[in-house]
Design a protein around this ligand. Structure first.
Ligand SMILES: [Ca+2]
Ligand SMILES: [Ca+2]
Length: 89
């Protein structure tokens, strides 16, 4: 049996293992994370977080450092996506 393009498109659009709302939640977190992670190395540091928050003058360097301290589970002083997802869940 040969699959047509329509069948493949149907398969591609069909993700039974991940409910759509969970999927979009992860996707929107991933987008936010990528925005903070300016150099896209898969981590963001206090400096990258501070730069992304510069639009908000009420956020101090101390606040940023505190967020990184709280979110940084493995103590490498960088926040990976897993740590970020936990923080904003
Ligand atoms: Ca980075
Ligand atoms: Ca970390």
């Amino acid at each position: 049996m040969r699959r047509g393009l329509a069948d493949l498109a149907l398969l591609a659009g069909n993700t039974p293992h991940v409910p759509e709302d969970v999927m979009s939640d992860i996707e929107s977190k991933r987008r936010d994370f990528d925005e903070i992670d300016a150099d896209h190395d898969g981590f963001f540091t206090a400096a990258e977080l501070a730069a992304s928050l510069q639009v908000n003058p009420r956020v101090s360097d101390e606040d940023v450092a505190a967020v990184v301290r709280i979110a940084d589970d493995d103590g490498d002083r960088r926040i990976d996506f897993e740590e970020y997802a936990k923080l904003v869940r």
